[in-house]
Every structure is written in C-alpha cells, then in structure tokens.
Design a protein around this ligand. Structure first.
Ligand SMILES: NC(=O)c1ccc[n+]([C@@H]2O[C@H](COP(=O)([O-])OP(=O)(O)OC[C@H]3O[C@@H](n4cnc5c(N)ncnc54)[C@H](O)[C@@H]3O)[C@@H](O)[C@H]2O)c1
Length: 440
C-alpha cells in the first residue's frame, strides 16, 4: 500500500521504516531540509536502537524514500499519516499549528480519496479540526473530494521504538466510517497474525486513550517518587516497598521505579495538555496537577541532596554526571532531568563534566558556548578529580562499575544516584558515600 508519513521525527521515521519493512511503499515528508538531506545521504538524524539497519535495508529495497516536496507527499499515499510535533503552547495546551498545517497541505494538493491518520498525540476534537482544515483548503480550490480522518495514536517508547512498533500491545484506531476502518485493518493486517490487536473505537475515545495512558504512567512515577521521599524520612527502603506492592497483580511491577523524575517529549507535555483539556471543558484533573508538581520537585531531588551534603555554594567544585538523555537508549534530552541538575549546579557556581553513550551531541548543542559544562568520551574519565558523581540516567553500562576505581578517581568519594542502580551496602563497603532515592 502507498503510505505518506508527514513529519519524519522519532514517531514518523520509525513508523515509516517499519511500514516499509512490511512491504508498503512509504514516502516520508518533512519540512526540515537538513533532516531530509541527512536521510537522503544515508544517515539517521536520531538515535534509536535497530532503526539504522531497518532504514538502510528498506531504502535499498526502494520501499522507503524521503522528501521535502509537500505536493509529492500528498500525491503519493492513499494513507496520509500526520506524525508532526505537538509541543506545548504558552498555557500548556497542545500546539496544533503543525498538525493543521499538514492538514491544509493535504487539502491543497489531494486529487482523490485520502485517509488522513492523526498519529501525533492530539487533544480530543482534533480530528474534527483536521477535517475542517482539509475541507476549507478543498473549498478554496473549488474542489469536492472524499476523505476520511482517523485517529491512530502511537504508543511506542523511545529507546525501544522499532520493537514497540513492530510488536504493539494494541493498535488503537478511532474511526467513524467503515471505508477508513477497513483500510486501516488492511494496512495493519500483518500485525494481527497471532491475535487481534486492533481496538476500533470512536475518534474521541481514541484521542483520549493516548493521553489517559501517558497520564496514568506519569502518575505511577510521581506516586512512587513521593513515597520514596517519605520512605527515606521513615528509614524504609522504597525498593523493598516496590517489590511488596508490585507483586499484587492489580498493581504490577511496571513503572514503579522511584528516581530523579520523568522527562522526555511526551509525559510532561501530555500531562499538562490533558489538564488544559479538562479546564477548557469546565472540569478539573486534580490528580494530574499533583503529578506534575511532584515531578518538578523530584527533578531537583539530587540537587537538594547535593546541597545537604556539600552546601548550597558549589563554587570551585566540579561534578561528574552520568546520563544526559531523559532515559536510556535514546539521545532525546527534551525536558530531561539532567538539564535541571546541570542548570542547578551551574546556578550554584559549580561545573559539570558529563558522559552519555549517545546524547552528548545533543547536549553539546544545548550547552553550546557554556564553558562550565565539559564532556568526556568515557564514564570513568568524567570522574577524574570530580567532587562527586551524580547518576541521572540508568544506562546499562553504569550498572556494574569498579567501585575501587571510582573511589580512586573521585576527589571526594561520593555518589548521588538518581536511579538506584547499586546496592547501598556494596557501595559503602567499597569506601564510598552513597545517596540514592528512597533508601535511607
Ligand atoms: N517521541 C515519542 O516517543 C512519541 C511517542 C508517541 C507519540 N508521540 C507523539 O508523536 C508526535 C511526534 O513526536 P516526535 O517525537 O516524533 O516529534 P519530532 O519533533 O521528533 O518530529 C516531528 C517532525 O515533524 C516535522 N514537521 C513539522 N511540521 C511539519 C509539516 N507541516 N510537514 C512535514 N513535517 C513537519 C518537524 O520538522 C519534525 O521533524 C507528537 O505529537 C508526540 O507527542 C511521540
């Protein structure tokens, strides 16, 4: 089938490559020429495990192409997937300008029936707005052409995006007409071979499902983080509490880890946008207000521990920081807790030497011209002469360090661990001071 993906970012590129891998002819469109140039030159603009060989293979097979030509994009695919960004507006609502631009472009150039698929995370009611934008653009041309608008929110996780896309837990499709539903069934048929994964529902419910999922996951994290802070005061151990509650099948083990706060391009903005949707509709989501507040505080927990141990004035001190990405296996630093930690250290007069396996280019871009932030090519090199180590992202390679070596390299043998990677007794036995989350 012929598919156009509008927006070639984390979601668009992964969706495009995976759909091409199933035999579809995919054209990925983006307005960012630099991004398309990188892709057309054989490069990958983002880090995502497994994505590079998948893209290469499908480009070579002639099933996956990239363009900045909007008209060519609209003409190519009967499916027009909108996978552009929906960043927060000034008041926290989702900014729909890119989605509606994409919709208008479809209306301007379409020549026959199109299924327009909202894959971006968009508030309830957006499908109606997309429909109106396409109709208005068609009317301007004096054209009358049939089209459908479908909601198909994406649930992939950065860091495991290819696997998630190819083996989804569920495929949510919100559609109000039978023709579009049937076409979506055909496109997604290869994912349905072992069992039915497609959940067809009305458009508004599909739009709300995506926000509900992210809001629930963010709630679990903030709940555990607040409980961790209490556990610390009480002399309890949040890791033991986690296992104690996770074993209840009604609760489950997933997403119960206490840490230095959630970040990324989705949870923070989606939690905010859902609250705005509620307030625009005269209701409140009090829980989500608390979830957000708890998370803002949690991103500063490592800084609070640093201040408690070393004082508020960090002038003359330098800190090793392991992990810049908002989570492992991605180079994405949007709303990453590491940024709050780095900014906090700089604000108190300190300096940072950071290491991350894949996010350092992104960090160099963010901290361009900032001389107080340096980077090293290995985690150990970051430690040399540092006043303490702070761990912000739980990359696998940080899990089993040689604590003796760590102690030798650090000027002050102190670890502030925002991801509870180590057994406190083991670290202490190696002669290091250790502060983690929710473990007294
Ligand atoms: N990143 C994730 O893990 C994830 C997961 C699920 C859902 N989502 C949602 O998917 C959407 C996309 O997220 P992302 O992380 O892939 O964003 P991204 O910022 O990585 O990519 C968006 C791309 O869209 C392009 N774009 C903007 N307007 C365009 C237009 N009119 N025509 C063509 N291209 C255009 C931008 O240049 C950019 O390359 C968002 O709504 C997000 O909330 C993201």
């Amino acid at each position: 089938m012929k598919v156009t993906i509008i927006g070639t970012g984390y979601v668009g590129l992964v969706s495009g490559a995976c759909l091409a891998d199933l035999g579809n002819e995919v054209l990925c469109l983006d307005l960012d020429k630099a991004k398309i140039d990188v892709l057309n030159a054989g490069g990958i603009p983002i880090y995502e495990p497994g994505l590079e060989p998948l893209v290469r293979h499908n480009v070579q097979a002639g099933r996956l192409r990239f363009t900045t030509d909007v008209e060519a994009g609209v003409h190519h695919g009967q499916f027009q997937f909108i996978a552009v960004g929906t960043p927060p507006d000034d008041d926290g609502s989702a900014d729909l300008r890119y989605v509606l631009d994409a919709a208008r472009n479809i209306g301007r150039h379409m020549a026959d029936y199109r299924v327009i698929v909202d894959k971006s995370t968009v508030p309830v009611g957006t499908a109606d707005m997309v429909r109106q934008a396409v109709s208005a653009a068609l009317a301007e041309r004096g054209a009358e052409l049939p089209f459908s608008v479908v909601s198909n929110p994406e649930f992939l996780k950065e860091g495991a995006a290819v696997e998630d896309f190819l083996k989804p837990d569920r495929i949510v499709v919100g559609a109000d007409d039978a023709r579009a539903t049937q076409l979506m069934r055909t496109l997604y048929a290869p994912f349905q071979r072992s069992h039915e994964r497609m959940l067809v529902m009305d458009v508004k419910s599909a739009e709300l499902t995506k926000y509900a999922a992210n809001a629930m996951l963010a709630t679990r994290i903030s709940f555990m983080n607040e409980l961790a802070n209490l556990a610390e005061q009480l002399g309890a151990n949040i890791e033991q509490v986690r296992v104690g509650i996770g074993s209840d099948p009604r609760i489950g083990y997933h997403f119960l880890y206490a840490g230095a706060g959630y970040g990324g391009s989705c949870f923070p903005k989606d939690v905010r946008a859902l609250q705005r949707t509620a307030s625009h509709n005269g209701t409140q989501l009090r829980i989500l207000k608390a979830v957000e507040e708890a998370n803002e505080a949690q991103k500063r927990v490592l800084l609070d521990k640093l201040a408690a141990r070393l004082g508020a004035d960090l002038a003359g001190m330098r800190f090793a920081l392991w992990g810049l990405a908002f989570k492992p296996n991605t180079d994405d630093m949007r709303e990453a807790p590491s940024r709050v930690v780095i900014d906090g250290i700089l604000g108190r007069g300190g300096r940072v030497t950071a290491y991350d396996p894949v996010a350092m280019d992104e960090a160099r871009r963010i901290y361009r011209g900032e001389k107080r932030v340096a980077f090293t090519e290995s985690p150990l090199a970051a430690l040399d002469g540092a006043d303490a180590l702070l761990i912000v992202t739980e990359w696998k390679e940080f899990r089993s360090p040689d604590f003796g070596d760590l102690k030798e390299r650090l000027k002050q043998p102190i670890i502030f661990d925002g991801r509870n990677l180590y057994d406190p007794a083991m670290v202490k036995a190696a002669g290091l001071e250790y502060y983690s989350i929710g473990r007294a």
